[in-house]
Design a protein around this ligand. Structure first.
Ligand SMILES: Nc1nc2c(c(=O)[nH]1)N[C@H]1C(S)=C(S)[C@@H](COP(=O)(O)OP(=O)(O)OC[C@H]3O[C@@H](n4cnc5c(=O)[nH]c(N)nc54)[C@H](O)[C@@H]3O)O[C@H]1N2
Ligand SMILES: Nc1nc2c(c(=O)[nH]1)N[C@H]1C(S)=C(S)[C@@H](COP(=O)(O)OP(=O)(O)OC[C@H]3O[C@@H](n4cnc5c(=O)[nH]c(N)nc54)[C@H](O)[C@@H]3O)O[C@H]1N2
Ligand code: SF4
Ligand SMILES: [Mo]
Length: 731
C-alpha cells in the first residue's frame, strides 16, 4: 500500500485554508486543516471535504458533450469539440459582427490561476464588447471606489483584523461566508481574539447573523440604506471637527468637498429611512473615531444594493477621515509575492455602453443584469452566441428566469464547466475541465486580499484522468484555433502556453516584490523556494505603503471623485421623498435580502450528500410579527412574489430578522429539467434570483441590487406543510 501526505490550499472560497491530505492508494483517507499554514493555522470548514466529493462525483462531466437534435447528449472527442466550437464562434462573429458573441465568466475563475492567466488573452482575441462576469453581481463597487480613489481597481484596502481595536462590519457575515474581499481564514477565532483584547465588534445588518451574535453591538438597518448611515457617521465626524487623516493627510485631495457633501445628512435626518436611532448613529461615530485603531469593513450586503457604489466610497472615506487608512490596526494594502496590481489593468470606465439599456462598461465588462435583454432584443448588435466559463448565471444573476428563457434562443452556446446544470443545459457543447485536485494552484487573487502576506504553491494531488484538459488548456487551445494575429503575437501565445501557468508563476515570483530577479543563486523568492515551503511562506504582516503604492497620476488620494459627488443627488432626493411621504415603510411589501450558509457555495455545491444532510436550508426567514400579521406559521410553505416572479419555500419564523425584512439564500432552484445533478435535484429549493429584478441595479456602478427587493408573502398552494428532511446516502 502506498501512502503519502499532501499539502495544499483549498480553493473553494476566499479563505484559502491550508489542508493536509493523507492519501492511500489514490484514496483520500484523511483531510484536515494544516496547523502549520501561516495564514489559516489549522482552520477548515465542512466544505473542504467536498473537494474529494467533487473529484469523485459521478455527475461531474469527464468528456466533452454535444447536444443532439433530439435534446439528448453525446460524447465527443476533444479535437472535434474544440474545432466545432472555434468554427461556430468564428462563423457567428463573421456573420453578425464581433459583438454578437458574448462571454460570461463565473466566480470559480478567480479561484483558478490557470483560468486567470489564459482567460484574458482569449477575451482580447475575441474583441467583443459583450463581456460579462460575476463581478457585476458582487464586488464591482469595490473596484470602482478603488479605481477612483487610489488609481487602480485592485488597490483594495484590507482591514487589519488581527491588530485593530474596532471592527465595524456592514453587510457581511464572515461566520458563514468565511470572509470576502478580505482573506482571513478562521474569522471567528480572529473576531474572538479582537474582543478578548478589549476591542469592539459592531455589525450592521438587517438580520441578526451568526457574526452579529458574536458582536458587542448589532444594529438592524433597513436594506439598501447603508449609504445614509455612512453619510451620517461622516456628518457627525465633520460637524464636531473630529476628522484626523493621520499619515495620509499630506497626500489627500478634496477634503473640503467631502465636508460640504456630508453636511446635509445629520443623524436625525437619516434615522427614519435607515431604521437606526439618531443617538445610536452619533454614538457609533464617536466610538469609531475614539478607538485607538479602527476599520470599517463593508461587503456583499452593501455592495449588491441600489447605492452600492456610494457605500464602498463612503467606507473608504470613513477609514480615511478617522486616520485609519494605511495604518496598522486600520486598513492596509497588501504586498503579495505575485503582484496582481502590477499585472492587471487599472480598470477604465465608460469606453462603451450596452446596446439596449446604455449601461457603462467597466474594465471591459458590461453589467450582467443586461445580458438577457441583449439576447432577447432584436436588431443590429444582438447577442447570438455565448461562451460561459465556470458560471451559472441562470441561478446567480437577477431575474434568472428571464435569462433562462433567453439562453434557449441563442444560435450557439458553449460552456466550459464540469456540470450539466441549470445554465449549461442550454449549451450546444460542454467542455469539462479537470477537477481541482488534478491541477496545481497558486492564489493570484486572494493573496492580494489576505490579512497577512503569504505565498503557497499547491501541487496537483492526483494525476489528471487520461485525455482530460485543464481549464487553461481548453482556453489556450481555443485561442490557438481562433488566432489569426500576426506571427509575433501568435508566437507569444505559443510561448506562454508552453510555459503554462506554472512557468508564468515562476516568472511572476522572480519579478515580484520579493523576487530574486534573474540571479540564479542567493537572495530572493523563486518558485522553488515557495514549493519547498509546503505549509506556505510567511511574508510578514501588512505594512503601511502609501503613497508609493498609489496609482493615481498625481500619486495622491482622491477623496471626492466627481462621479460619487454627482451621484449624491440620488441620495438627497430619496431622503426628501421619504420625508415627504407620511410613512417610510410600505406596510404590505416586505423587503427581501439574501444569505449564505456554511455548507453551501453559491449555486454549485448542492450535489454532495455530505453537505446536503439535515433539514431543508432553502427557507424564508421572517420576523414573528410579520408572520402573525399574515397568519403564517413556522414550517408552512409560503408563496413569495415579486415584480419578476414567484417561488414557493418553507417558512422559518425568527426574531433574528428585522421586522419588515425577509431572507432567502441564493443558489438554489435545481428543479429545472435537463440538468444532471442527482443529489441537488432531490432537494432543489427555489431560486432567489427568480425574484430579484434585472432592472433593479446601482445605476452608478451597474452592479445588481439584490438587497431590498419588494415582495409579498402568502400561504403557498402546495399541501405539504412541513419541512422535508433530507435523507442522504453519503457517509
Ligand atoms: N440574489 C443573489 N444572487 C447572487 C448572490 C447573492 O448573494 N444573492 N451572490 C453573487 C455572487 S457574490 C457571486 S460570486 C455569483 C456567482 O455566480 P456564478 O459564478 O455565475 O455561479 P456559481 O454558483 O459560482 O457557479 C459556478 C459554475 O462554475 C462551475 N465550476 C466550478 N468549478 C469550476 C472549475 O474549476 N472550472 C470550470 N470551468 N467550472 C467550474 C460550476 O459547475 C458552476 O456551473 O452569484 C451572485 N448571485
Ligand atoms: N459558505 C459559503 N461561503 C461563501 C459563499 C457561499 O455561497 N457560501 N460565497 C462566496 C462568495 S462568492 C462571496 S462574494 C462571499 C460573500 O461573503 P459576505 O460578504 O460575508 O456575504 P453574505 O454572507 O451573503 O453576507 C451578506 C450580509 O449582508 C446582509 N445584508 C443584506 N442586505 C443588506 C443591506 O442592505 N445592508 C446591510 N448592512 N446588510 C445587508 C445579509 O443579511 C447578510 O448577512 O462569500 C463567499 N463564501
Ligand atoms: S473556509 Fe473556504 S477555503 Fe477554508 S476549507 Fe472552507 S471552503 Fe475551503
Ligand atoms: Mo462572490
Amino acid at each position: 500500500m502506498s501512502s503519502r501526505t499532501h499539502y495544499r490550499a483549498c480553493n473553494l472560497c476566499e479563505a484559502i485554508c491550508g489542508l493536509v491530505i493523507r492519501v492511500e492508494d489514490d484514496e483520500i483517507v484523511d483531510l484536515r486543516g494544516d496547523p502549520d499554514d501561516p495564514l489559516s493555522q489549522g482552520h477548515l470548514c465542512p466544505k473542504a471535504v467536498a473537494l474529494q466529493d467533487i473529484h469523485r462525483d459521478p455527475d461531474r462531466l469527464r468528456h466533452p458533450l454535444r447536444r443532439r437534435a433530439d435534446g439528448g447528449w453525446e460524447r465527443l472527442g476533444w479535437d472535434e469539440a474544440l474545432d466545432t466550437v472555434a468554427e461556430r464562434l468564428r462563423a457567428t462573429q463573421r456573420r453578425y459582427g464581433r459583438d454578437s458573441l458574448a462571454v460570461y465568466l463565473g466566480n470559480p475563475n478567480v479561484h483558478n490561476y490557470g483560468s486567470l492567466l489564459f482567460g484574458p488573452p482569449l477575451l482580447r482575441l475575441l474583441k467583443t464588447k459583450n463581456r460579462f462576469s460575476a463581478t457585476s453581481v458582487d464586488q464591482l463597487p469595490h473596484h470602482l471606489a478603488a479605481q477612483q480613489m487610489f488609481g487602480h481597481m485592485l488597490l483594495l484596502p484590507v482591514p487589519d483584523i488581527d491588530r485593530t481595536g474596532f471592527l465595524l462590519v456592514l453587510g457581511a457575515n464572515p461566520l458563514a461566508s468565511n470572509g470576502s474581499m478580505m482573506t482571513a481564514p478562521g474569522f471567528e477565532r480572529r473576531l474572538k481574539e479582537l474582543l478578548a483584547r478589549g476591542g469592539r465588534l459592531v455589525v450592521v445588518d438587517p438580520r441578526r447573523t451568526e457574526t452579529a451574535r458574536l458582536a458587542d453591538t448589532h444594529l438592524f438597518v433597513r436594506p439598501g440604506t447603508d449609504a445614509f448611515l455612512l453619510m451620517a457617521l461622516l456628518q457627525v465626524i465633520f460637524a464636531e471637527q473630529l476628522e484626523d487623516l493621520g499619515t495620509v493627510a499630506s497626500y489627500c485631495d478634496s477634503l473640503a468637498e467631502v465636508r460640504a457633501a456630508v453636511a446635509p445628512f445629520a443623524p436625525e435626518r437619516v434615522s427614519s429611512i435607515t431604521g437606526i436611532a439618531a443617538e445610536e448613529i452619533r454614538r457609533l461615530a464617536h466610538d469609531f473615531v475614539a478607538a485607538p485603531t479602527a476599520a470599517c469593513y463593508g461587503r456583499l450586503g452593501v455592495s449588491t444594493q441600489e447605492f452600492g457604489g456610494l457605500c464602498l466610497w463612503l467606507v473608504n472615506l470613513l477609514n480615511a477621515v478617522s486616520g485609519n487608512l494605511d495604518r496598522q490596526g486600520g486598513v492596509l494594502f497588501t504586498r503579495p509575492a505575485v503582484d496582481a496590481v502590477a499585472h492587471f489593468g487599472r480598470g477604465r470606465r465608460g469606453r462603451w455602453k450596452s446596446r439596449v439599456r446604455g449601461l457603462e462598461e467597466f474594465a471591459s465588462e458590461l453589467p450582467v443584469a443586461t445580458l438577457a435583454e441583449e439576447i432577447l432584443t432584436e436588431g443590429e448588435g444582438q447577442i447570438r452566441a455565448l461562451l460561459t466559463v465556470a458560471g451559472n448565471p441562470v441561478l446567480s444573476t437577477p431575474n434568472g428566469a428571464q435569462l433562462d428563457k433567453a439562453l434557449g434562443k441563442l444560435d450557439f452556446m458553449v460552456a466550459i464547466d464540469y456540470y450539466l446544470n441549470e445554465t449549461t443545459r442550454h449549451a450546444d457543447i460542454i467542455l469539462p475541465p479537470t477537477s481541482a485536485l488534478e491541477r496545481d494552484h497558486y492564489d493570484l487573487v486572494f493573496n492580494l486580499l489576505a490579512v497577512h502576506n503569504v505565498a503557497k504553491y499547491s501541487p496537483p494531488l492526483f494525476e489528471p484522468a487520461p485525455d482530460a484538459r485543464h481549464d487553461w488548456q481548453i482556453l489556450a487551445q481555443l485561442h490557438r484555433r481562433l488566432d489569426s494575429s500576426p506571427l509575433p503575437a501568435r508566437f507569444r501565445h505559443w510561448l506562454s502556453a508552453r510555459l503554462g501557468p506554472r512557468g508564468l508563476l515562476s516568472l511572476g515570483l522572480r519579478t515580484g516584490p520579493y523576487g530574486s530577479g534573474w540571479r540564479p543563486f542567493g537572495q530572493g523568492l523563486t518558485l522553488k523556494k515557495v514549493e519547498n515551503a509546503v505549509h506556505g511562506l510567511d511574508l510578514g504582516p501588512l505594512q503601511p505603503c502609501l503613497p508609493d503604492r498609489l496609482h493615481t497620476p498625481s500619486k495622491r488620494i482622491e477623496l471626492a471623485p466627481a462621479i460619487f459627488l454627482a451621484n449624491l443627488a440620488r441620495l438627497q432626493s430619496r431622503l426628501e421623498a421619504v420625508a415627504a411621504s407620511s410613512s417610510s415603510i410600505d406596510s404590505t411589501a416586505l423587503l427581501l435580502v439574501g444569505r449564505r450558509q456554511v455548507r453551501s457555495n453559491n449555486s454549485w455545491m448542492h450535489n454532495y450528500p455530505r453537505l446536503m444532510r439535515g433539514k431543508d436550508r432553502c427557507t424564508l426567514l421572517m420576523h414573528p410579527d410579520d408572520a402573525r400579521q399574515r397568519g403564517l406559521h413556522e414550517g408552512q410553505r409560503v408563496s413569495v412574489t415579486s415584480r419578476t416572479g414567484q417561488v414557493e419555500v418553507p417558512l422559518e419564523v425568527s426574531d433574528q430578522m428585522m421586522p419588515g425584512v425577509v431572507s432567502l439564500p441564493h443558489g438554489w432552484g435545481h428543479d429545472r429539467s435537463g440538468a444532471r445533478l442527482l443529489v441537488a435535484q432531490q432537494h432543489p429549493g427555489a431560486s432567489l434570483n427568480d425574484l430579484t429584478d434585472d432592472q433593479f441595479i446601482d445605476p452608478l456602478s451597474g452592479n445588481a441590487a439584490f438587497s431590498g427587493v419588494p415582495v409579498e408573502v402568502r400561504p403557498g398552494d402546495a399541501a405539504t406543510d412541513k419541512m422535508p428532511a433530507i435523507e442522504s446516502g453519503g457517509s
